[in-house]
Design a binder for this molecule. Structure first.
Ligand code: HEM
Length: 216
């Protein structure tokens, strides 16, 4: 308990917790993306995937509680670090030291992070927390993505998700002690991973809008 408190109290401990929870969230996104790709296989495959998941309510509950806890830890420590940096502002280099870099990427985290939090709240309200009234999930997704404004909102949000991952990925590895010489490689890998998530997730609303028979 004492050790955990020491980790939580130190700045580097907080960053390490953010890095670890960030990687768990990336893992969730990978699973979520993989599941959502069933949309491209058509209505039956997508509904089969969703219904199979929901036929395991205990598993889903544990998964959701775990995800919520990990997300809350990530957001909580991000907020604490931002506030601490604001307090430390009179010291000229404090912002530059944050996240171990001075790139525009570390600044962009301050915008993309809160935006993604808002996006997730909207997203849950639209797809998870709504009264489905017996309708299959394919109908709910198809209805949402018939509206150009929501397609645009989702496509833009995926750019934010990509930007957040692109910086979070390499800075997370750096926080966890990957050597400085590998910084270039990690940045490239982060860019690749973020493009993969951004483009593939972003393609879903656009495809559902463009190909009306995809989810019928
Ligand atoms: C265009 C891209 C996306 C589509 C089409 C999509 C679709 C969905 C659908 C249909 C559900 C409800 C599943 C069900 O209740 O059966 C869901 C849940 C969820 N989505 Fe997404 N999603 C997308 C992107 C994202 C992104 C980028 C994030 C995170 C940043 C995210 C986070 C979540 C979370 C946290 C849940 C709740 C999971 C649960 O309750 O187990 N989604 N999504």
């Amino acid at each position: 308990m004492n050790r955990l408190w020491l980790v939580v109290k130190s700045s580097i401990g907080k960053k390490e917790l953010m890095a670890l929870t960030g990687f768990c969230l990336i893992l969730f996104l990978a699973v979520h993306l993989f599941g959502n790709l069933n949309i491209f296989r058509g209505t039956a495959a997508f509904n089969w995937y969703a219904e199979t998941l929901h036929s395991l309510p205990a598993f889903v509950k544990i998964f959701e509680i775990g995800l919520l806890t990990i997300g809350a830890i990530h957001v909580f420590f991000a907020t604490i670090l931002v506030v601490q940096n604001l307090w430390a502002r009179p010291h000229r280099y404090s912002w530059k030291r944050w996240e171990g870099g001075r790139s525009w990427g570390s600044w962009s985290m301050l915008v993309t992070g809160p935006y993604i939090l808002l996006f997730v709240i909207f997203h849950l309200l639209q797809f998870t927390l709504i009264d489905k009234a017996g309708r299959p999930i394919s109908t709910i997704v198809a209805e949402r993505f018939q509206q150009p404004a929501w397609v645009a909102f989702y496509a833009i949000s995926m750019v934010f998700v990509g930007l957040h991952i692109s910086h979070g990925f390499w800075s997370g590895f750096q926080t966890l002690g990957v050597q400085n010489e590998r910084r270039g490689e990690l940045r490239s890998l982060g860019l690749l991973v973020s493009l993969l998530f951004g483009v593939t997730f972003g393609a879903i609303p656009i495809a559902v809008y463009g190909f009306k028979n995809l989810l019928q």
